[in-house]
Design a protein around this ligand. Structure first.
Ligand code: G1P
Length: 289
């Protein structure tokens, strides 16, 4: 079955990024020359998905506007003969169809995903978390779709993290089936020290079977008093196979101040026009350290 829909939750308050995220959504903070959310949308588009469902909340309309057509801006750019810029701006609104669904209460990631149930319908779908940027040859979502084509079951993307950081993630335990593919036996959201021996952390890319919606509907509040996607995934893994996939690429936590800075440097070093000058600058700065 071909997956055509991607859900991107953007309803969170972005408290880790205050004060920058006080009046603008954290997803609109810039990495080099585009907001972080644009990298996520571009990954979806590059992976052949047709439609995005944004799960939004109050104060997030800048995200919708960014991917919308801006007649006034286009007219001004055209009149000033800035055709290249005009085309670039138009291309953003032509990227993909986006629909928005409001998450009516801030009850957690699981609840945000559940809010998409009517738009997703009875089909498997992709979830991308806006904080997690992945730099890779093949888009992370495409890598997961390739695996889904073979397995036809839910998949979570994982990466190994230092043991003293496991309490910041959903952690997966399971058996290695082959290189990069793990059959999941257990999942724990943000385990306290000593609660797991596994260093396999979920990062923000999922392929989910629609059964997840019923499980989310009946889920009890978990870690932090929120409806956790990880808890619903544990329930799903008891009903049908769930896999973890060690993706190829580098992941940045762009929702964290240090992770955001690292992302800026990594993406600037690969930027088609800025990379040379920027590399030179970084070398000069490093020499002075
Ligand atoms: C969420 C998930 C967690 C996952 C993480 C990846 O947590 O609940 O399982 O490991 O994203 O970024 P959050 O970082 O939103 O608290």
């Amino acid at each position: 079955m071909k997956i055509t829909k991607a859900v991107i939750p953007v309803a969170g308050l972005g408290t880790r990024f205050l004060p920058a995220s006080k009046a603008i959504p954290k997803e609109m903070l810039t990495i080099v020359d585009r907001p972080t959310i644009q990298y996520i949308v571009e990954e979806v588009v590059a992976s052949g998905i047709d439609e995005i469902i944004l799960i939004t909340s109050q104060g997030k309309s800048a995200i919708e506007n960014h991917f919308d057509y801006n007649f006034e801006l286009e007219t001004v750019l055209k009149s000033k003969k800035k055709d290249n810029l005009c085309e670039e701006i138009c291309n953003i609104s032509n990227l993909i169809d986006i629909v928005s669904v409001r998450q009516k209460k801030p009850l957690g990631l699981g609840h945000a995903i559940w809010s998409a149930r009517n738009v997703v319908g009875n089909n498997p779908f992709v979830v991308l978390l806006g904080d997690d940027l992945v730099q890779s040859e093949t888009p992370c979502t495409q890598q997961m779709l390739n695996l889904f084509n073979e397995l036809q079951e839910s998949i979570v993307a994982v990466q190994r993290v230092p043991m003293d950081q496991t309490s910041q993630y959903g952690i997966v335990e399971g058996e290695q089936l082959r290189e990069r593919v793990i059959k999941v036996n257990r999942l724990i959201e943000k385990p306290p020290a000593g609660a797991t021996q596994s260093d396999m952390a979920i990062i923000g890319r999922y392929i989910l079977q629609p059964e997840i919606f019923d499980l989310l509907e009946n889920a009890k509040p978990g870690h932090g008093g929120e409806i956790q996607l990880t808890d619903a995934l544990l329930a799903l893994s008891k009903k049908r196979p769930l896999y973890a996939y060690e993706f190829e690429g580098t992941r940045f936590d762009a929702g964290d101040k240090l992770g955001y800075l690292k992302a800026i440097i990594a993406f600037a070093l690969r930027h088609p026009t800025l990379n040379k000058e920027f590399r030179k600058h970084i070398k000069e700065v490093a020499a002075d350290l």
